[in-house]
Design a protein around this ligand. Structure first.
Ligand code: TTP
Ligand code: MG
Length: 374
């Protein structure tokens, strides 16, 4: 065994050599669908999942409510203006987590290469599946059926040869969709997309591209690699590739466990640091709960502040020792917080941990760091 290392085979960077089969699964209006499932009186009515209170936002809305323009992250009072008959339901996170676990059990039947992105969304690499025919489409069909049987909820699936295209596909025929993007269909599809739809292109980059007269994938394709890297650095190279259907990101099963966090938007903006410090215990408790559940420890602490004017700042500190409980996180987050000079009132505070490793591994690393300890 000495010196042997298990190395996960990396898919070739050339899609022509090894065409991967990637499936993206995304539940349809997830929280709202769970609420309607559990309360048939809501069937056919517009429903939004939201806390109440002046600062509340819609977490999600069912398709009946979306017809009125109600969508995720919209202020709840605005949603009620758009749709006065909207039924508001308070979120039941424990139920969503439990349904999510049932869904993941279905996914893991087909491959261990499952990368959850949130409670309702995951990528799977089914190039070499554990179960079923070696067809992404057939596997996606089966997964959708099994999710429906197990949870009585619908999922939409996208199938293609990379992550970006699979995710794009899953959103194309929602709800209850199954969309396959084959290699020879990809160029036309990519050329027709507005640039904001590409992976990694956010509103700021979109604005800069618009200023360069680039509005669609077809426009983006006219730019050379040099032009894009000059304008956008390393990301420019990513845009150059992704518009050509090249997205080499792997499906990474452990990715979801790289960080854990909790955040809160205050009912009233907080003016001083003491007000923020008061909010830390609850946030630290929330952020470390999953850490403890998964037997992980953290090597870094992060805080995030959003000012009244929506400007955001983050502070991160790597710790000399790993932490796992809420009291440690609260103490370290407070140090970071007190070092910030507040520029204006704060609307949102977030606390998180990063640099996660299994407790056993973190312990081993510590032993190596302090070999004199028993
Ligand atoms: P999404 O998959 O983005 O949305 P969705 O499942 O509700 O609807 P769609 O059919 O378009 O996929 O998010 C999954 C869940 O995450 C959603 O049901 C509620 C929650 N969520 C929030 O809490 N806040 C948000 O801003 C968003 C976008 C989602
Ligand atoms: Mg969804």
């Amino acid at each position: 065994m000495c010196g042997s290392r298990r190395v996960r085979p990396r898919p070739s960077t050339s899609d022509a050599v090894l065409m991967r089969k990637i499936v993206h699964i995304d539940m349809d209006c997830f929280y709202a669908a769970v609420e309607v499932r559990d309360n048939p009186a809501l069937e056919g009515k517009p429903v939004a999942v939201s806390w109440t209170g002046p600062r509340s936002v819609v977490l999600t809305a069912n398709y009946e409510a979306r017809k009125f323009g109600v969508h995720s992250a919209m202020a709840t009072r605005t949603a009620l203006r758009h749709c006065p008959d909207l039924t508001l339901v308070a979120p039941r996170m424990d139920v969503y987590r439990s349904v999510s676990k049932d869904i993941r059990e279905v996914l893991f039947r087909y491959t261990n290469l499952v990368e959850p992105l949130s409670l309702d969304e995951a990528y799977l690499d089914v190039t070499q599946p554990k179960l079923g025919p070696p067809s992404g489409t057939r596997i996606a069909e089966r997964i959708k059926r099994e999710i429906k049987d197990k949870t009585n909820l619908t999922a939409s699936a996208g199938v293609s040869y990379n992550k970006f295209l699979a995710k794009l596909a899953s959103g194309m025929h929602k709800p209850d969709g199954l969309t396959v993007v084959l290699p020879d269909q990809a160029p036309a599809l990519l050329e027709s997309l507005p640039i904001g739809a590409f992976h990694g292109i956010g509103p700021a980059t979109s604005r800069r591209l618009h200023a360069m007269n680039v509005h669609t994938g077809a426009d983006l394709k006219t730019k050379t690699l040099e032009q894009l890297t000059e304008a956008f650095g390393k990301l420019g190279a990513h845009y150059y590739k992704v518009v050509r259907g090249i997205d080499e990101r792997l499906v990474e099963p452990d990715r979801a466990y790289k960080s854990m966090s909790a955040e809160t938007t205050f009912e009233m903006d907080i003016q001083d640091v003491e007000g923020l410090v008061n909010a830390l215990p609850a946030l630290a408790e929330q952020a470390t709960r999953r850490l403890r559940d998964s037997g992980l420890m953290a090597r870094a602490v992060v805080i995030k502040l959003k000012y009244q004017d929506f400007r955001t700042l983050t502070r991160r500190r790597t710790l000399p020792y790993p932490i796992e409980d809420a009291a440690d996180l609260r103490r370290e987050a407070e140090k970071l917080l007190r070092a910030v000079r507040l520029e204006r009132a704060v609307r949102l505070l977030g606390v998180g941990v990063e640099g996660l490793s299994l407790k056993a591994e973190a312990g081993a690393a510590q032993t190596r760091l302090f070999p004199e300890q028993p």
